[in-house]
Design a protein around this ligand. Structure first.
Ligand code: IFM
Length: 471
């Protein structure tokens, strides 16, 4: 089915037709590209992203496993018990990646599967991921490996998670297993995915494990532990890569979920105040700490901190941006939410705002954030580590994809060193507390049969990747 749809596309698919019989897998520039009005830089990485817990199934030793089965925690009682069953569908997934002509695949390795019990490495899980990386290599697709994407092993949680004093060392040891035994040749590494989302949900809103509602200042120890763990992993990865017989140049970074905050009412000073403060706290506090080596927080009347973290300064080789939408900061709504009693659920308005299906397409926000990043982190390569839209019918995704890529182009033309773009996601998957409702996939999944079908935008993505540009 998939192949015939792609063949059909080739028939109508402009110059792609000419090359459809040739082998250009993973080499979008290996043929005479058609005249493009919007070419991307040479060696630009075309990538799609996923995360283990959202697609693999069977993550029995992770902190989400029991938690997501508790009624009320996940919409419609959905769980990731099976998800897209990618653990048993490696070849299907690789085939989809081939069809998309990606040069890079960003996926995560599941710590709870590698180390289900403290200090005990599961050889079968290691072998499984090694085989997957080998299949990627055969398909000429580079891995970008995320080491932690929201979920944690149950034993690690039980010891206190990132706050446990042994956390940095344990994360470093796990990182070494992944690098040494699974992907010694991988060049791209993401230590931690969206640390702010992980902290907000787990320790402030309390709507994901470990489900705690703390005051902001009491989240700081978790932030510090997480940053220490990141720094240890960063240096361990470099040490290993640089001390091989044939040293390897690698790039290590974090994937930061950036939002474009704008005052809901343009001339309302309080709305503007919240837009500024959220931008500083949400977008820049953690990334800046990697630049300066100090976690500096200054939220008026709430929290002030200035904590030096050893090994943190300069612990990034690229800046990863996960960008989806803009946030219009409405002071009246924010104040209502901040002063809501702990037992009252968020207002319908707030819930709707944060439901992925309602995220607005706002490519200008990405453009502004890219320019800001280039300014704040001069000379640092930037990777769009995630960008996408929940759109089951694929009506908005084609425009979303094109417009965000055009926004990237504009900043590249202004000198921002954007090195690659990962679309979220390869296929529909388990969208955390929202269950299977939001459909982010370039490929649609039939969750009864695990059959996948490309959406129109999958064809569009593969065309851009082949051409290395937009026509
Ligand atoms: O599905 C998530 C992903 O796990 C992290 N970034 C945002 C995506 C869409 O909500």
């Amino acid at each position: 089915m998939r192949n015939s749809v792609f063949a059909l596309f080739s028939l109508f698919g402009l110059p792609v037709l000419v090359f459809s019989g040739m082998s250009f897998m993973g080499h979008p520039l290996a043929f005479a590209a058609p005249a493009l009005t919007h070419p991307f830089p040479l060696n630009f990485e075309w990538c799609v992203a996923t995360a283990a817990h959202q697609i693999e199934g069977g993550n029995t030793r992770s902190d989400w496993w029991d938690w997501e089965k508790i009624p009320g925690n996940i919409k419609h009682g959905d769980t990731a018990a099976v998800a897209t069953d990618s653990w048993h569908h490696m070849d299907r997934d690789i085939e989809m990646l081939r069809e998309l002509h990606v040069t890079t695949y960003r996926f995560s390795v599941e710590w709870a599967k590698i180390e289900p019990l403290r200090g005990q490495i599961d050889p079968e899980a290691v072998l499984h991921y090694r085989l997957f990386v080998e299949k990627l290599r055969q398909a000429k697709i580079q891995p970008m490996i995320t080491l932690q994407h929201f979920t944690l092993p149950q034993w690690f949680r039980a010891l206190g998670g990132w706050e446990w004093e042994g956390a940095p060392e344990a994360f470093e040891a796990y990182t070494q297993v992944v690098q040494r035994q699974i992907a010694p040749d991988a060049r791209y590494w993401v230590t931690i995915n969206e640390p702010m989302v992980h902290l907000l949900g787990g320790y402030f809103l309390g709507n994901v494990p470990p489900q705690e509602k703390r005051k902001l200042k009491h989240v700081i120890p978790v932030m510090v532990g997480l940053l220490k763990a990141h720094a240890r992993a960063y240096h361990a990865l470099h040490h290993e890569a640089e001390n091989r017989t044939h040293p390897l140049q690698i790039q290590v970074g974090m994937a930061n979920h950036l939002r474009y905050f704008q005052a809901a009412k343009r001339f309302n000073p309080l709305d503007q105040f919240f837009a500024r403060e959220f931008d500083l706290l949400w977008n820049w506090a953690l990334p800046d700490s990697l630049r300066t080596g100090k976690l500096t927080l200054n939220v008026p009347a709430l929290v002030h901190a200035d904590i030096a973290i050893s090994g943190l300064q300069g612990s990034y080789d690229f800046f990863g941006i996960n960008y989806y939408t803009r946030d219009r900061t409405s002071s009246s709504l924010i104040l209502k939410e901040l002063f809501r009693s702990a037992n009252t659920p968020p207002s319908a308005e707030a819930q709707a705002l944060y439901s992925p299906e309602n995220w607005e397409s706002h490519p200008e926000g990405l453009e502004k954030l890219l320019l800001k990043t280039a300014h704040r982190f001069p000379g640092t390569p930037i990777f769009i580590t995630e960008n996408g839209i929940a759109d089951a019918k694929d009506l908005k995704r084609p425009g979303y994809l094109r417009d965000h890529l055009l926004a990237i182009q504009r900043v590249v033309q202004n000198g921002a060193p954007v090195q690659g773009y990962c679309h979220w996601s390869l296929l529909d998957n388990f969208e955390w507390i929202h269950g299977y409702g939001p459909k982010f996939g370039l490929f649609e999944v039939n969750f009864n049969t695990q059959m996948t079908t490309p959406r129109m935008s999958a064809r569009q993505f593969s065309k851009y990747a082949i051409q290395n540009g937009i026509d």
